[in-house]
Every structure is written in structure tokens, then in C-alpha cells.
Design a binder for this molecule. Structure first.
Ligand code: AHR
Length: 499
């Protein structure tokens, strides 16, 4: 191997596994401008007859959004879903300490998901809510008979919604969560809730709030594991300061690019050690490089709502976000045997992929990563071996960390044999050439490279510079019948397609 070159060896006929497209899912919480002023804005000239932003729907369709988790997040742990259907009254939201308009509830979520073409994934209130509330919610959505189905019909929705994906609770292990539980309390509640929810509809798939901790999972899964389908985990790797300032500095962010994968591996081992590998899958159902800006909201300190507006500063979201996001998705692809769902947190506004304003939307760099992966990679993950040089960066805690220049996953279309390789160059300044071997490239008609990049690591999109970070497309001429080289520019995400 040349000194500064990566080498990717591919066995195109050796399939490692199939990805579940739900890893490209999103999350929406009643927080700041995600719902109101985000996806739902009845007063906007861009809204449709349901009050949903048409431009947002179109953008979510373009990235084939497969699943939307809702309504929280911390918000759900005191959410009275029954007051969010039919006649609505605004109420005080104890999670974010604002008035919840309550005009967007279950019926609106299902209608929105239908317009997007996404499956709804309802996270229930397991904080202040009881098993009966959760199972009543399943009745409202999925049954044809009984009190709650009758209410749905009375609200104008004759046919059951058949919501397949449900989660019991959100982060109920955490002291910040309303109705937080010990592992024993959680196990009992999960067992009773799952029992009642599956008695209403045994076809639903159930997730529970979990953490990468052996004892916690042992306690809960030994009691309730056989009634479950998923364990949910969350991750944010960079927090805004209490003054509402987002972390900058590219190197110390890419130093964390493979921490999500460590978390996946930990949970995979936990599931294996408890005998649940192959039975339960991981739903990484809240994830983002950036934690949301809500200083003091998790504690009892003064809530400063004005600081939440820092979430709307588009310059906070740059190529570091894109590179981290692509590495996260590559990690899910590598562990497709156990990661079946992931939900970018959130889809719209806050630290999300799409920013809304009065006259349109801005597609942040992370949006384009989803565009590349959902539209240009394929369902089969094929075997490959990557040899890449590494570089050293100083992480925020002052430690020297080795980071690979390149990260890559090879995918294949099972019907056509078309190949899609997702390649991430994590280095902030250096391009990295990559020799790709093993295809018999001459068997393919041609190659297309789609590269997401901006002028610098700090490049970002905004209202007046919508395409500062964008995808450029080029064709590749093979220099050899069986292997060829490409060059991945610094801080870039590329999908290479052979058709
Ligand atoms: O910062 C957003 C919050 O983070 C979500 O509401 C919660 O689920 C997570 O802790």
C-alpha cells in the first residue's frame, strides 16, 4: 500500500446481511419549532389543507423517510394523549415548561406520516402514564371495536390506522425524566404494559427505553424480554453550552465519529449475553452529533427559553455534522444484523436536517447525507476490507486520538447487482486516494461519484447560501479492467455507484 492511500478490497458476491431501511428514520418532538412552526404551520402560505408544510413534506419524501418517531422525547413522559384527540385544550408542558398548543396530536401525526410516506412510531407515556393508557392508545389507533376505536371514528377516522411500531417510554432510566424508574420498577411496568398492548394488537412491534448497561437490561429483559421486539438507545455526542453556544472545532468532533458504533457493539454484546441476539433488535431512536440546546431544562434551574433559539443558527451545522452523520449510518450498515431502526433527532428545526423559515426551507449538510444514503446505496451489505492510514487529533479532553482517514461500506442491489459504496474522508485538510479492488470493474458500464462537500470544514447552508454544502456529481473512467482509484476530498462524503 502506498503511504498515503487507502485500499478497499471487495467481495461483491459475499453478502454480509441486509440493512433495514428504517435506519434512515427520523424523530419529531413537541420542542421549540419542530412541530409548531416546523412541520405544522396552518397560518403559513406554504401549508397544505391540513396545515402541514408542503415544502417539508416534499423534502422528507425525497429522502424516502421510512419511519417517524413521535411525540417525544422528554415531552412524552407527561403527555396526556387522550387530550390530544378530538376537542383540544392547550396545556402546560412540564418537560419544556411552555404552553403546549395541543392542536397536533395522534390524528395529525398519522395524517402527516401518510403524506410523507413514513410509518408512524409512537412512543408512549411511561412516565406518568399507566399500562391502560398505553393500551388504550393502541386501541384508538388499531382496533375496530370498543370505546377508543369509537372515539377515533367519531373524530372522523373510520378505518384503523394500524400503527405497527410502538415504544414503551422514553429514557425512563434517567433522573431528568418525569416518572423515572429503577430497573425493577421499569421491568414491572414494561411487562404489564407490553402484555396489555399486545393483547389489544399482537401484531405490533414493541420497543422499550434502554441503555448500554448489562444489569439494567438483565433486570428488564429477564422479566419482559419475550414480549418485546426492540431495545431503544439514544446518543448525542456534542452538547451546546449553557450559554447556548454550540461546540465548534472539526478535529475534536471527528474524534468521536465511531463512538456510536462502540455503543452499538456494547448493546449487541449485552443482547448476546442475555440470549436475545437475533430476537431483539436495536432501535437507535434518538441520535445526532449535536445535543439540543435547552439550558437548565433537565434540572430545576431557571428555564431560559430565549436560549433555545440558538438551535436555529444554521452556521452551527457544518461539514463536521455531515461527516459524523455518514459515519453513524455506515456503522448501522456494518451492524445490520442488530440495528434495525435509527431516528435522526430531530427531522426538522432544532439541530435537525431541515430548517424552516417563513418563505421556505434550508437543507442542512446532514440532509444531504440522508439523500446520498437513501437514494444511492442498496439493501445488501457486501463483504469488504478497508486498509486506511490514520491521523491523530486532539480530542476535547486533551487526549490524542487516532482517526482513520477513510470509512467505507459496500452495498449491492440484490436485483440488478448495482453497487453503492459510501465513503467518508474524515480528514479536515487532506484528500485521500482510495484504490478499489475486486469488482471486475469492466463488468460495469460506468461509475458515478456523488460527493457532498463545502469549501471548508465550517461550510454550512443558510437562507442566503442554500448550496454552500451540496452534492456534486462526476463520472469515473476506469484505469484498469479490475481495479481503479478514486480520490476522496477532505471532509467529504461520497457515494460511488457502479451500474
Ligand atoms: O435533548 C432532547 C432530549 O434529549 C429528548 O427529549 C430526550 O429524549 C433526550 O434526552
Amino acid at each position: 500500500m502506498k503511504k498515503h492511500q487507502a485500499l478497499l478490497d471487495i467481495l461483491p458476491d459475499h453478502v454480509v446481511g441486509n440493512r433495514d431501511f428504517m435506519i434512515f428514520g427520523h424523530f419529531l418532538e413537541h420542542f421549540h419549532r419542530q412541530i409548531y412552526g416546523g412541520i405544522y404551520d396552518p397560518g403559513s402560505h406554504l401549508a397544505d389543507e391540513n396545515g402541514f408544510r408542503r415544502d417539508v413534506i416534499e423534502a422528507l419524501r425525497k429522502i424516502k423517510t421510512p419511519v417517524i418517531r413521535w411525540p417525544g422525547g422528554c415531552f412524552v413522559s407527561a403527555y396526556p394523549w387522550k387530550k390530544g384527540v378530538g376537542q383540544r385544550v392547550p396545556y402546560y408542558d412540564k418537560a419544556w415548561r411552555v404552553e403546549e398548543p395541543n392542536s397536533f396530536g395522534t390524528d395529525e401525526l398519522v395524517a402527516f406520516c401518510r403524506e410523507v410516506g413514513a410509518a408512524p412510531f409512537i412512543c408512549t407515556n411511561a412516565g406518568t402514564g399507566a399500562p391502560e393508557d398505553m393500551s388504550d392508545w393502541v386501541e384508538y389507533c388499531n382496533l375496530d371495536i370498543g370505546e377508543w376505536a369509537a372515539l377515533r371514528r367519531a373524530n372522523g377516522h373510520d378505518k384503523p390506522y394500524n400503527v405497527r411500531y410502538w415504544s414503551i417510554g422514553n429514557e425512563n432510566y434517567g433522573a431528568w425524566e418525569m416518572g423515572a424508574k429503577t430497573a425493577d420498577e421499569w421491568a414491572r411496568l414494561v411487562l404489564e404494559s407490553a402484555k396489555m398492548m399486545k393483547r389489544v394488537d399482537h401484531t405490533i412491534e414493541l420497543a422499550i427505553a434502554s441503555i448500554p448497561d448489562l444489569d439494567w437490561n438483565a433486570t428488564v429483559l429477564r422479566q419482559a424480554g419475550d414480549l418485546l421486539d426492540w431495545v431503544s438507545i439514544h446518543g448525542y455526542w456534542s452538547r451546546a453550552s449553557d450559554a447556548g453556544v454550540f461546540e465548534q472545532g472539526y478535529d475534536n468532533i471527528v474524534a468521536r465519529a465511531f463512538e456510536p458504533e462502540e455503543r452499538i457493539v456494547t448493546v449487541k454484546h449485552i443482547l448476546g449475553s442475555l440470549g436475545y441476539l437475533g430476537k431483539l433488535r436495536i432501535a437507535f431512536d434518538e441520535w445526532n452529533l449535536r445535543g439540543w440546546c435547552h439550558p437548565n431544562f433537565m434540572s430545576f434551574g431557571a428555564a431560559d427559553h430565549a436560549l433555545m433559539d440558538a438551535n436555529d443558527i444554521n452556521s452551527n451545522y457544518n461539514m463536521a455534522d455531515a461527516v459524523f452523520t455518514a459515519c453513524f449510518l455506515n456503522s448501522c450498515l456494518r451492524h445490520c444484523d442488530v440495528v434495525g431502526m435509527a431516528n435522526f433527532s430531530p427531522a426538522v428545526n432544532t439541530v435537525g436536517a431541515i430548517f424552516t423559515h417563513a418563505d421556505g426551507i434550508v437543507l442542512r449538510p446532514t440532509y444531504h447525507v440522508f439523500d446520498l444514503f437513501t437514494n444511492h446505496t442498496y439493501e445488501e451489505i457486501v463483504h469488504s476490507a478497508l486498509a486506511t492510514p490514520e491521523f491523530e487529533v486532539e480530542s476535547s479532553d486533551g487526549q490524542a486520538t487516532s482517526v482513520p482517514y477513510l470509512d467505507a461500506v459496500v452495498t449491492r442491489d440484490s436485483t440488478t447487482g448495482a453497487i453503492g459504496v459510501s465513503l467518508v474522508n474524515l480528514h479536515g485538510d487532506d484528500a485521500i486516494p482510495c484504490r478499489i479492488r475486486g469488482f471486475g470493474a469492466s463488468a460495469y458500464g460506468g461509475a458515478t461519484l456523488r460527493t457532498l462537500n463545502g469549501q471548508s470544514v465550517d461550510a454550512y447552508n443558510d437562507i442566503d447560501q442554500a448550496d454552500a454544502v451540496s452534492i456534486s456529481t462526476s463520472q469515473l473512467a476506469f484505469d484498469d479492467a479490475s481495479d481503479f482509484s478514486i480520490e476522496c476530498p477532505p471532509h467529504s462524503v461520497t457515494v460511488l455507484n457502479l451500474n
